[in-house]
Design a protein around this ligand. Sequence first.
Ligand code: PSU
Ligand code: MN
Length: 302
Amino acid sequence: MNQYLDIAPEVAAALQARQPVVALESTIVAHGMPYPQNLETAQIVESIIREGGAVPATIAILDGRLKVGLSPDELQRVAQSPDMVKASIRDLAVLVASGGNGATTVASTMRIAAMAGIHVFVTGGIGGVHRGAAKSFDISADLEEMAESNVAVVCAGAKSILDIGLTLEYLETAGVPVITVGSETFPAFYSRESGHKSPFTVANAAEVAAIARAKWEMGLKGGMVIANPIAVEDEIPAEEIDRQIQGALIEADTLGYRGKTVTPFLLKHVATLTEGRSLTANIALVRNNARLGAAIAVALAG
Ligand code: PSU
Ligand code: MN
């Protein structure tokens, strides 16, 4: 076992017994939502996964240790500490060597989940190719990681703060299956429709598990994007949210945001511009993803 990992006893026992485990990220907690909604959402998501028959394993870096499964106090710390660095792959070694604290992104959560032997991970939205990436080179490390770690990432698609078309192109090049559950269209996080056809569509969790098994049993390396459209009653239709997203993009550009600060700024600014409606939708879709993720983990373990 990797000497830098601290796997919570409950998670370790489940993995040992080959019972279903679902990984959760912590950047969405520390940098994706305000306190206290972030903590409440993290707790609710963990309980939804339990109700679905799986063990939740929220991942973060605390005092230089790669934590897989957090105690209630540790989760509180992630939700409330001002010193939680947004930690992607490039930050891991620095934080471990310096004993630092980090909230893990999709990329680093995938990598740590894979180290621990967890193959299903639930989040809200994945990072991707940003609009204007031809000039800014801003492409999330989440996409590189999809080609690296054997983890199925359940998300509500990608936000239209990103260039969804280019994100799908990138994933195709990287050999990553993008599979939407119950819709022919790849979803755009707050909205059910992105205007882009999903590369693959399945009906349910069992079909996702069958594809995951086939992929990994034949030795194909890398992850899968499992897109779960937000429920009709929770969505903000694209034509309604697009104006606010445009506003946030212009503001980020004007204020000169670069690098890893871009995504948290855009999330916060869209929430302000929608007067919290985007936050409500975000919470609803993460809960929806937790239900699907638990079902996939159960199907994979069975
Ligand atoms: N998208 C969301 N909410 C989030 C994120 C993305 O809707 O909280 C976070 C995830 O942790 C994701 C990260 O991995 O932002 C991507 O950041 P960047 O674009 O800097 O790679
Ligand atoms: Mn970026």
